[in-house]
Design a protein around this ligand. Structure first.
Ligand SMILES: NC(=O)c1ccc[n+]([C@@H]2O[C@H](COP(=O)([O-])OP(=O)(O)OC[C@H]3O[C@@H](n4cnc5c(N)ncnc54)[C@H](O)[C@@H]3O)[C@@H](O)[C@H]2O)c1
Ligand SMILES: C[N+](C)(C)CC=O
Length: 505
């Protein structure tokens, strides 16, 4: 097993340097796989948010924006590429931190770091391309007017992120925001901030102009809330729970501040009777056991055609038994611990409520016997579920899948859409026309055909209904941080001629 490195003691990253939090408070970092305290992080409060926002505002406006917001996209691209290169160099080290902080298997953390570097690279390219897209002309019906469009950075943005993919979720916001020319204050989750603080160290090394990115760790109500309500923050981009998303929207509404919200999910995965069962089982498991099910887009409601339901469940159990549940640093681990004790208790409560409401815990539902410490839960399969049960309706955010059977395509679609959420869903069938029909019928921002969870930086990501609004990734992700300005010029030498000129007498 890999030997964990010592955790560096970091401050808040503000104005290009490290600062102790104003009140001097720190929060313990607990390794959820061992329950040991392995370090601490600074706990920012409103005073620190004030300093971070001022640093970001200064970086945005200093010398007329000539250090960041108004430089060519190609200049900003060089910084983003330099960050990507450092992340790649330090992939193994950062992945270890991510695993120690969150409990996710090391192989998953390594893949996350590769995605982080790819995301910075991708938005470096879009920053460069932005230069060519400026002043794009608009065709008008009047010859004596000419219009064009400028795409300008929105300003200072507040980026508030969750713990399930700590550095990756932060990067989905930081990379496009910086590419657009915004300056930013990032507030990562108090439950997993280590890799985001390491990003601060990388910014120092590559010489990112001070204040362009500020990283303030701390609690939601002490650090997140003052950031969301700060009058000098021009936009809030938030990823997290629907409950917190609602609060952020209410706060932002007082200042007519734009928000984008990436919230929770309760995705369906529909399996028809014409599939290769083992292939389908593997995708179903990937859809709900990856990252111990702590995935916003998890396809945690499994809908099985009645003709294959029994065979599918038998194979699902056989495959689930083969998952290596272990310390996430152990080679071959495929299910680590969940993030913290609170989440562990919450997941256990979901399982006991399902049982008390009449569902069957078909497999798992308990701590694996061989793991005495750490917040581990076996992959869990719940059957005999009705649509009024909590387990069907609410996001668990754990390795728990609930199963229902269907007879017809229509019934499958009705069940799939029987949710307040609308982030992602999947269908698996050998009939391409059926898959296409279902991809149109599922009410969500993302539909996977014959798979679940693949995610590409080039493609839009985001949801409908209680899963939020706005899209991250791809060109849509950059648009989140740009405002569109119309410039219209009158180009005739003739007077406009609407009013009669005054008499010269
Ligand atoms: N749609 C997506 O792309 C996506 C991706 C990842 C996670 N998620 C969702 O995130 C949730 C899990 O993450 P979580 O538990 O960290 O969510 P959370 O809402 O508890 O916290 C998210 C962030 O908000 C901060 N926060 C909490 N209260 C706040 C307040 N009043 N004002 C401002 N900030 C505040 C937290 O400190 C944290 O940084 C799940 O519901 C999951 O589905 C969604
Ligand atoms: C799985 N991932 C990284 C696409 C995003 C959400 O939780």
């Amino acid at each position: 097993m890999v030997v964990p490195p010592a955790i560096p003691r970091r401050g808040l990253f503000i104005g290009g340097g490290w600062r102790e939090p104003s009140l001097g408070h720190r929060l313990p970092v607990v390794n959820p796989a061992t329950e040991a305290i392995i370090g601490d992080i600074p706990a920012a409060t409103a005073e620190d948010i004030e300093l971070a926002v001022a640093a970001a505002r200064d970086a945005f406006t200093r010398d007329g924006g000539s250090h960041w917001s108004r430089v060519p996209g190609a200049v900003r691209a060089k910084y983003l590429k330099a960050i990507a290169a450092k992340i790649t160099d330090r992939k193994s080290y950062l992945a270890l931190f991510e695993t120690l902080d969150s409990g996710k298997p090391l192989d998953e953390a390594v893949a996350d770091m590769e995605d982080v570097a790819a995301c910075f690279e991708y938005y470096a390219d879009l920053a460069e391309a932005l230069d060519q897209k400026q002043r794009s002309p608009i065709s008008l019906p009047m010859e004596n007017f000419k219009s064009y469009v400028l795409k300008e950075p929105i300003g200072v943005v507040g980026l508030i992120t969750p713990w399930n993919y700590p550095l990756l979720m932060a990067t989905w916001k930081v990379a496009p925001a910086l590419a657009a020319g915004c300056t930013a204050v990032l507030k990562p989750s108090e439950l997993a901030s280590l890799t985001c603080l390491e990003l601060g160290g990388i910014c120092v090394e590559i010489g990112l102009p001070p204040g362009v990115l500020n990283i303030v760790t701390g609690l939601g109500h002490e650090a997140g809330s003052p950031l969301a309500s700060h009058p000098h923050v021009d936009k809030i981009a938030f990823t997290g729970s629907t409950e917190t998303g609602k609060k952020i929207m209410v706060t932002a509404a007082q200042m007519v501040k734009p928000v984008s919200l990436e919230l929770g999910g309760k995705g369906p995965f529909i399996v028809f009777d014409d599939v290769d069962i083992d292939k389908a089982v593997e995708w179903a498991m990937f859809g709900c056991f990856l990252n111990a099910g702590q995935v916003c887009s998890a396809t945690s409601r499994l809908l099985l055609h009645e003709k294959i339901a029994k065979k599918f469940l038998d194979r699902l159990i056989a495959w689930a038994k083969s998952i290596k549940v272990s310390d996430p640093l152990e080679e071959g681990c495929r299910l680590g611990s969940v993030i913290c004790e609170g989440q562990y208790e919450k997941i256990k409560k979901f399982i006991s409520t399902a049982r008390s409401e009449g569902a069957t815990i078909f497999y798992g539902g308990v701590r694996p016997r061989h793991l005495k410490r750490g917040f581990f839960i076996e992959p869990t399969i719940i059957t005999d579920v009705s649509t009024s049960m909590q387990i069907w309706r609410e996001e668990v955010f754990g390795p728990v899948i609930c199963v229902k059977e269907f007879r017809t395509e229509r019934e499958a679609v009705e069940l799939a859409n029987d949710t307040h959420y609308g982030l992602a869903g999947g269908v698996i069938s050998n009939d391409p026309e059926r898959c296409e029909r279902i991809s149109k019928a599922i009410q969500s921002g993302i539909v996977w055909i014959n798979c679940s969870q693949p995610c590409f930086v080039q493609a839009p990501w985001g949801g409908n209904k209680w899963s939020g609004f706005g899209r991250e990734l791809g060109e849509w992700g950059l648009d989140n941080y740009l405002s569109v300005k119309q410039v219209t010029k009158y180009c005739s030498d003739e007077p406009y001629g609407w009013y009669r000129p005054p008499s010269k007498l």
